[in-house]
Design a protein around this ligand. Structure first.
Ligand code: ADP
Ligand code: MG
Length: 920
């Protein structure tokens, strides 16, 4: 009878060389029993169906079956097979433990979730239960995009939010659906909630740029919201119980170990449901560990400027249209010196405030650092030594911390204490700084002193590597270490003695994980040690190609002593680590406050550095409706131009309500392509954002009545990814503005109507301006190539015509980038095309067509549905004659008689006559 071998996975041998052997053994049979390891794998995988299972086997995480196929494709690693399951090969791939972070990072970035399954006991323990027994394993953690804590998986300068969205059940028909958002950054402990309406939902989510969004299955399946979910990188639908409001309060209060949710101030039922969902998910993914979160803090609705996703993208606030941080507004204004500062700056930029008092509080802090150059420099240099306190604290609390995290706490507390001392000498201490200084003094100095005394100078990444506790800190540790080191000296002495006794000079005592300590001689001396009398002392263990290895009784005893001393030393160190870690976690509250304070000081001093460097001024933000920018500049374009020494032309803008009007102005800006219209529009929006986030602004003077909503749209922006035509997108976005913008809004419309035929586009632009003027009554900037729109100013009292000046010089345009009152005379499109390098023949031909169109138009437009830009040009400009001569010459030059049929030649002749006729 044939033996049926169990097939499938087997435990790897511990010797490193055994990997292929295990493979060969298991890839044997056809059908049969499932190996115990396989059974264990299948059980664990079944409990985590929606995750890729990283299954620990020795020095590798291995993935099997479909997981292996997905991961090998995503990571570009080899897909092999290991054993059989139901007669089929088991697909397998693996990543070495040492490099697993890197692979995890890539999988998470692609939106995968990973369950990490570890060995929960030493394989030697398992062996004791019998040679076929399985090492205990279980999932210790789920890694999802929104629950990362490791520095290697996180971007230092960005928050990574986990956001839960809860929807209220409607109690009456016609009521607006309400949503609650609760979000945390698990790596820093920040926890906030807000309620909003359907209309504001996508803007709120856009501001947070969450790494992962949690919704109920029902919400996930709601057709109305599908486009929104699809636009987000990772949306995780969860069963209803997670969002259940009946149990929400209990789940939330139990996380924070408080009696009632009153401890968090007044949260609505809906907010509690969202908050409970987010903490429940944290507990699930952390398998019960509770990272230290701040209590949920409510953000009052309307406290920040509403900026929807399209506007954020279009203004390139935190990333450029191509998706990079470099070249965005954030990149250009970021002078922070710490990661936490950089994160806070990004938060503030994403959510400018709407309360003048709160804005002034921030501006006061920046002003103090602008005024005191020495304090600014001093603060910034001290902050440079401040590590990322919040993230280190979280890792310690989740038992994922290492000695360097303790050192970060030590250095952070010390830097904060220093800062508190040196900044108390400031002449004036505005409230934001005063509060920060208080928080800097909050952590217990004794904790910092203890950490400083305990930690050595060179710290390993992992606590299990040991050697991080300073000598002299702990007597018991010093003693075991002495013992261990003493034994090592004894080994060295033993090696010398053996070399002497055997006469083999090259005899060495070495160590590896398989044999432990052993005596090694080259092959030529091997025989000598194996023959009497030396074989009485030296016991043969292993013969390799070039060496022979032995052990001795004495060496065995020594080894046991060393190993136990080293073990005891490490055990003692780990105890000390645990004590220090607990002390740190106990002080978590004050450490977190201190971390926030350091970030706030970093932001204030960095914005001051920016203001000083780029000559920004303090804006005046008030409750009115004014919008006066004098000498405004575009912060990003200005810095880009300054790199090659080109000056930026500063421009004024005034959208304040005219006297008694009660509503702001609309500026209609005309001018040729490349004149600087878009730049001007955006710079004013960016100045409003900077002012309200509490930054100085690139202008000589700025007075801004708080903007509650900002809209920015560009005509003809493509959105092929979402499968809508260009023009459709443009109209959907314009509709959103016309339906939502109120008197406090600031609206930027750049060439709206460009995506359709001229008359259509012109009519839509026309009606849009009328609606903004009479309906929305908001402040607005409208750039257009429809010169005809300037006529509207005669009827609309708050519409102001402005143009970006150009000069025509010898048939070429010169851009002056100067915005003045008035309207552009024409588009200069052909001149711009010429600058762009269109072939001369095309330019010439275009000039011919233009001339014809202009002539036809004067009589009566017929046969041309699509007029060119600025077609309605009533009087030829005074210098028309030389220009027309140019056109005639160009048209002549473009002719190639050799290529023409008689009929074509005839047509050409008529055209030339026509041109001449126009000049006469
Ligand atoms: P338009 O929207 O009118 O076609 P843009 O605003 O795109 O023009 O500007 C075109 C280019 O002109 C910009 O990329 C920038 O380099 C330059 N520019 C615009 N405004 C200014 C300015 N105020 N000062 C200096 N250069 C400017
Ligand atoms: Mg433009």
């Amino acid at each position: 009878m044939a033996l049926t071998h169990p097939v499938g996975l087997e435990e790897p041998d511990e010797t490193p060389a055994a990997q292929p052997a295990a493979e060969a053994r298991s890839a044997s049979d056809t059908t049969g029993h499932v190996t115990p390891v396989m059974a264990q794998y299948i059980e664990i995988k079944a409990a985590n169906p929606d995750c890729l299972l990283f299954y620990r086997m020795g020095d590798f995480y291995e993935l099997f079956f479909a997981d292996a196929e997905v991961a090998s494709r995503a990571l570009g690693i080899v897909l092999t097979k290991r054993g059989k399951h139901h007669g089929q090969d088991i697909p397998m791939c693996g990543v070495p433990i040492a490099r697993s972070d890197e692979y995890l990072h890539r999988l998470i970035a692609l939106g995968h979730r990973v369950a990490v399954c570890e060995q929960l006991e030493d394989p030697a323990e398992a062996k004791k239960r019998g040679s076929k027994s399985v090492v205990k394993r279980d999932v210790v953690r789920l890694i999802t995009p929104g629950t990362l804590t490791e520095d290697t998986l996180l971007e230092a300068r960005r928050n990574n939010y986990l956001l839960a969205v809860a929807r209220a059940r409607l109690s009456s028909v016609g009521e607006d659906t309400r949503f609650a958002l609760a979000w945390i950054d698990i790596s820093t402990g920040e926890f906030r909630v807000v309620e909003c309406e359907r209309a504001a939902l996508s803007a709120e989510i856009a501001r947070l740029e969450p790494g992962e969004v949690l919704v109920s299955d029902a919400l996930f399946g709601d057709g109305d919201l599908t486009p929104l979910w699809r636009s987000l990188p990772a949306v995780t639908p969860l069963t209803r119980d997670v969002f259940d409001s009946a149990t929400a309060e209990r789940r939330l209060t139990s996380y924070f170990a408080v009696a009632t949710s009153d401890a968090f101030g007044t949260l609505t039922r809906l907010e509690i449901a969202a908050a409970a969902a987010v903490v429940t998910y944290v507990e699930r993914t952390q398998l019960g560990s509770r990272p230290p979160l701040s209590p949920p803090m409510r953000e009052s609705a309307g406290a920040t400027m509403a900026i929807d996703q399209a506007t954020r993208a279009n203004l390139e606030l935190t990333r450029t249209l191509s998706g990079e941080r470099k070249g965005s507004l954030l990149d250009v204004i970021d002078r922070t010196v710490t990661s936490a500062g950089s994160r806070l700056l990004a938060q503030r930029l994403a959510a400018p405030l709407t309360g003048p008092a709160a804005i002034d509080r921030r501006l006061d802090a920046v002003s103090a650092f602008v005024a005191d150059v020495a304090a600014r420099a001093d603060t910034r240099s001290q902050l440079q030594a401040a590590p990322d306190l919040a993230r280190a604290l979280t890792r310690l609390a989740l038992s994922r911390g290492g000695p360097r995290d303790l050192a970060a706490i030590r250095d952070g507390i010390a830097a904060a204490a220093h800062l508190a001392q040196s900044l108390s000498r400031l002449d004036s201490v505005p409230s934001e700084i005063a509060e920060a200084l208080d928080a800097c003094r909050a952590p217990d100095a004794k904790l910092a002193a203890e950490l400083a005394a305990a930690l050595g100078d060179e710290l390993p990444l992992m606590k299990r590597d040991g050697g991080f506790v300073r000598e002299g800190y702990d007597a018991a540790l010093d003693e075991t270490r002495a013992l261990r080191d003493e034994s090592r000296r004894v080994i060295a002495a033993l090696q010398a003695r053996y070399a002497d006794e055997t006469g083999v000079k090259a005899l060495k005592i070495r160590h590896n994980n398989v044999l432990g300590y052993f005596v090694e001689v080259t092959a030529q001396h091997g025989d000598k040690l194996m023959a009497p009398p030396l074989n009485a002392t030296f016991i043969h263990r292993q013969t390799l190609a070039g060496q022979v290895r032995f052990t001795t009784t004495e060496l065995g005893e020594l080894e046991a002593k060393i190993a136990s001393a080293a073990d005891r030393a490490l055990g003692r160190e780990l105890d000390i680590f645990e004590t220090l870690s607990q002390a740190t976690i106990a002080a978590g509250e004050t450490i977190k406050r201190c971390a926030d304070a350091l970030a706030a000081l970093d932001v204030a001093s960095a914005l001051a550095a920016l203001a000083a460097e780029r000559d920004y001024t303090r804006p005046e933000v008030n409750d009115g409706l004014s919008f006066v920018i004098e000498g405004g500049r575009h912060p990003v374009v200005e810095q880009a131009l300054s790199r090659d020494g080109t000056p930026f032309v500063a421009n004024d803008c005034d959208l304040s309500p005219p006297e008694d009007a009660g509503a702001g102005r609309i500026w209609l800006i005309t001018g040729p392509n490349m004149a600087g219209k878009s730049t001007f529009l955006r710079q004013n929006a960016l100045i409003a954002i900077l002012a309200q986030m509490g930054s100085f602004v690139p202008a000589r003077h700025a007075e801004i009545g708080v903007v509650d909503r900002l809209f920015s749209r560009v005509g003809a922006a493509d959105d092929l990814a979402r499968g809508r035509s260009t023009f459709m997108v443009e109209m959907v976005e314009t509709a959103a503005i016309l339906n939502q913008a109120g008197a406090r809004a600031l609206v930027i419309l750049d060439e709206i109507g460009r995506g359709t035929a001229t008359f259509d586009g012109l009519s839509i632009a026309w009606a849009t301006i009328e609606h903004l003027h009479d309906g929305n009554k908001c402040r607005a900037l409208f750039a257009t190539h429809y010169h005809e729109l300037t006529a509207l100013s005669a009827r609309l009292p708050r519409l102001h015509n402005a143009t970006v000046k150009v000069k025509e010089w010898k048939g070429e345009v010169v851009f002056l980038h100067e915005v003045t009152a008035g309207a552009a005379d024409r588009s200069y499109g052909i001149q711009v095309a010429k600058l762009a390098g269109l072939p001369a023949a095309v330019i010439a031909r275009a000039q011919v067509v233009l001339a014809k169109l202009e002539q036809e138009d004067r009589a009566a437009p017929k046969g041309f549905e699509d007029l060119p830009l600025f077609a309605v040009n009533l009087e030829p400009p005074p210098h028309a004659r030389p220009a027309a001569d140019d056109r005639l010459a160009a048209a002549l030059a473009a002719l190639n008689p050799d290529d023409m049929s008689p009929r074509e030649a005839m047509d050409a002749l008529y055209r030339l006559k026509e041109l001449l006729g126009r000049n006469a």
